[in-house]
Structure formats: C-alpha cells, structure tokens
Ligand binder design. Structure first.
Ligand code: T3D
Length: 264
C-alpha cells in the first residue's frame, strides 16, 4: 500500500501530501506520528526552507478516522481513553507544526474537517481551492474542538464566529472563509498547488530564522502585555542583530543585489 504521507522536494520547498484519499485523508495515529516526525526532520534539513501541506483526492482531511476500531467507540466494547491519543498524537503534531523551523503553507484542496481544520489553520499561510470547505464537526460527535483549534479559531475570526463554527458546526465555504479572515487566499482548483508553491518559494528565499522567530513572537504576544511584547521583540531583535542574515540583508540592500540567507 502507498504510504499515508507522500513527499517531494524542489526549489527549497517540501510538498507533503496526506495520502489516504479513500478515507478523505482521515488521521490515524500512524499518520499523525509520521506527520510530526516529518515536520521535525524537514525543519532540520538545510535544503528545505518551506513546507507545503496538501491532500490527495477530493478532500484535504476529514479529521480523526472514525472507523479506526483502536480509537472510535465500538458497540459492546468498553470506552477507550482518547485523551491518550490527544496527548501523544494530536497535540505533538500541532506543536511540531507551530514550532516548525521553516515556514508552512497549507493548500486546502477540499473539505478540512475536525482536526483536519486544525492542521490547516496551524500553518503560517492558508490557500484554499474554491472547492474547499471548513467544518469543525466535533459538536456532532460529542467532543470538543482539538489539535489547537480552540486557540487558533477565536484569534483568527473572533469569539462570535468561533462559537458559531464550534457550536453549530456548519460547513464554511472557502469564499466565506476568506471573507471571515480564516484563510489568506482562495483560488481556482487548478491554480491551488501552483499558488501555494509560489508563496512557499517566496518564503524560502527570505531569512528563515527571522520568519520563524516572527511566528513565535506573534503567538507568544497573545498572552503578553504591550510592555512585555516590546521586551520580547527587543530580545529577538538583539539575537537576530548578531546573526548572519541581518548583515547579509543590509549588505545586499546597499549593493542592490539579491540576498543569500542561510541562518536557521
Ligand atoms: O477519538 C477521537 O475522535 C479524538 C480525536 C479527535 C480529532 C477529530 O478530528 S474528531 C472529528 C472527526 N471528524 C469528523 O467528525 C468529520 C466527519 N465527516 C464529515 O463530517 C463529513 O464526512 C465531511 C464533512 C468530512 C465530508 O462530507 P461529504 O458529504 O463530502 O462526504 P461524506 O459522504 O460524508 O463522506 C464520504 C465517505 O467518507 C463516507 O463513507 P462512505 O459512506 O462513502 O462509505 C464517510 O463515512 C467517510 N468519512 C468521512 N469522514 C470520515 C469518514 N470515515 C472515517 N472517519 C472520518 N472522519
């Protein structure tokens, strides 16, 4: 059988494809572990400077595979501890994504449901096909949103819209998702991968370390006061000020040439 996660690399961009199309790319524990390990590994590979995540087939990802008897309830059997799955598979994947040492772009090719939506929103930039849609759906199976979506959603769209998505669980079209500020771009299905790759290539030639530090600062500032955020910016700026890429960036600007960034 095909591996559940496919990868190819070109121009400093690694493209990851969730590859369980027959199951709408639903997550298994194995797929979650592979995704986490892959994100960690790619972040440490010098030749990789950005990651694109997309799905094979008509869906992006339907969230947890509810037909997996190891996880989902089976009639007549005792309930399983799904907290274990969250702690050891979903949370580590979400953390690896948010801590990835290179920028991430999601190319949402079809429906993103449950933790599939969390995966998409956890990326730095999100491009969706006009055919894509977003649905939390946890409300319909008696669970709470997970894999980071309780944190991400209200920050992206505000509490009112986050509550609507979480409590009603309606499917949001890609055009509405764009209008709501949930995603960055909505493009024709045929243009999706090229658009996502083009954004990733742009990110790949920028100073990786500064980009990743920027993500970290924006995330951390959510719980800081204005004064604390100013301090955190100062710490990061001082660190980057000693690094190669700052010197290279200014030098290239003054010499009117393209910079060559290398810091990680
Ligand atoms: O243990 C835990 O659950 C904890 C972990 C939590 C993390 C989570 O992500 S929980 C949330 C799990 N996901 C969902 O609840 C979403 C369920 N799926 C849907 O709501 C819909 O299928 C979609 C909105 C994703 C797509 O709708 P649509 O109309 O395009 O397709 P469909 O007809 O509903 O589905 C097509 C097939 O895929 C269908 O099977 P069939 O009838 O062709 O044999 C459907 O059962 C199957 N499928 C869809 N989602 C899943 C799935 N099979 C297993 N797991 C799924 N998540």
């Amino acid at each position: 059988t095909d591996p559940a996660l496919l990868m190819d690399c070109a121009d400093g961009v690694a493209v990851l494809r969730l590859n369980r199309p027959q199951a709408l790319n639903a997550f298994t524990a194995e797929l979650l572990a592979t995704l986490r390990e892959t994100l960690d590994r790619l972040g440490a590979e010098e030749s990789v400077r950005a990651v694109v995540i997309t799905g094979e087939g008509r869906a992006f990802c339907a969230g947890q595979d509810l037909s997996d008897p190891h996880v989902a309830p089976v009639p007549g059997e005792a309930p399983k501890d799904i907290g274990y799955l969250i702690e050891h598979f979903y949370a580590p994947m979400a953390r690896a994504l948010r801590a990835c040492r290179v920028p991430t772009v999601c190319a949402v090719n079809g429906v993103a449901a449950g933790a599939g939506l969390s995966l998409a929103l956890g990326c730095d930039l999100v491009v969706a096909s006009e055919k894509a849609s977003f649905v939390l759906g946890f409300n319909k199976i008696g669970l709470v949103p997970d894999a980071g979506s309780t944190w991400l959603l209200p920050r992206l769209v505000g509490r009112a819209r986050a509550m609507e998505l979480a409590l009603l669980g309606d499917k949001l079209s890609a055009t509405d998702a764009l209008a709501w500020g949930l995603i960055n771009r909505c493009v024709a299905p045929d243009a999706l991968l090229e658009e996502a790759k083009a954004l990733a290539v742009r990110l790949a030639v920028l100073p990786t370390r500064a980009l990743v530090r920027t993500r970290q600062l924006l995330d951390e500032a959510q719980t800081l006061s204005f004064g604390e955020a100013l301090k955190a910016e100062g710490v990061a700026q001082s660190e980057l000020g000693f690094a190669h890429d700052y010197r290279e960036g200014v030098e290239a600007f003054m010499q009117k040439r393209a910079p060559r960034y290398t810091d990680r």
